[in-house]
Ligand binder design. Sequence first.
Ligand SMILES: *Cc1c(COP(=O)(O)O)cnc(C)c1O
Length: 371
Amino acid sequence: MELKDIIIKRNVLLNPGPATTTDSVKLAQVVPDICPREKEFAGLMKGLRSDLCKVAHAPEPEYTSVLFCGSGTINIDICLNSLLPEGKKILVVNNGAYSTRAVEVCQHYGMPHVDLKSSVFERPDLNEVEKTLKENPDIAVVYTTHHETGTGVLNPIREIGALAHQYGAIFICDTTSSLGMIPFDIVKDNVDFCMASAQKGIMAMSGLSFIIGRRDIIEASKNYPTRSYYCNLYLQYEYFEKTGEMHFTPPVQTIYATIQALKEYFEVGEEAKFARHRAVFNAIKEGVASIGLKEAIKDEIQSGLVVSVLYPDIPNWSFEKVHDYCYERGFTIYPGKISTTNTFRLCALGTITPDDINAFIPVLMEAIDNL
Ligand SMILES: *Cc1c(COP(=O)(O)O)cnc(C)c1O
């Protein structure tokens, strides 16, 4: 039997990542054993780092990408703890669960920060952002989330980035749940650092995360306080520059899968890929509306990737039971992340199509009817 003849059950993941992958990406992990300190492996990572820059439209060498072994949250931790100069402050523009995670990172390291919290149902108010920057001239880092995966709200990052720069701060943007799925251009969007993990937009496996950003700022951060030993951007960057390798053991097989996934990304082309995600998203919206379910977020501010569905007002409603019914039939649905409102999420990540959604909606309806 050959690898290509292996039959792998296909699950349609409607959770916000890890996403459904192609079989060719799954199988790319089955490779001869290799020590990642071999030149051959460093060569693979060089191409990978370059391709990741291309996904973000980040011109090299002004921008570079740095790889880490960990889930996407490692990027939030690293960017914040590594890029804050002594005596300066971070502004977190916070309208959801993922920016709240960034606030928790600041708290954890005891880094001075302003938590500019606003409604999870709305985009942040740019006037408030500007006012905060004016009142706090010691803000050196502005941080926000591009696509708040907890709700599906898309934030105005280009405008926030412009304000950050106007007031002399750098702009870090969590693009974990948008990069490679909706348009993003690191230069035009005024972003100095963006980030993602291999298992979301790129559609590879979990365990590899990466930060793409400005080389001059990484080099300047050499003199900033080092708040973490393992999670430091400059140290990892410097090691890559000197040796072409990660400081410590990389997620070897995940890297093979990511290389294959990027090959497929460029073969499909970003425009076609964006259009497919959008078609899946529209199919989800039409599907939930057709069975009488309502959404929590208004259309105009949605990302085009996550649909937050309100729990229906029916007796015996049980998310767990609906989940289990769908799961047994190959569809994974996911709880919401809004503390004040009960929602569940249906997401358009991964290698799925509107046909998958058309197959899923009747299953969801049956699950509800069977409660
Ligand atoms: C998925 C995600 C992350 C990372 O979450 P992990 O569970 O650590 O992989 C970070 N930010 C956003 C916006 C995300 O959607």
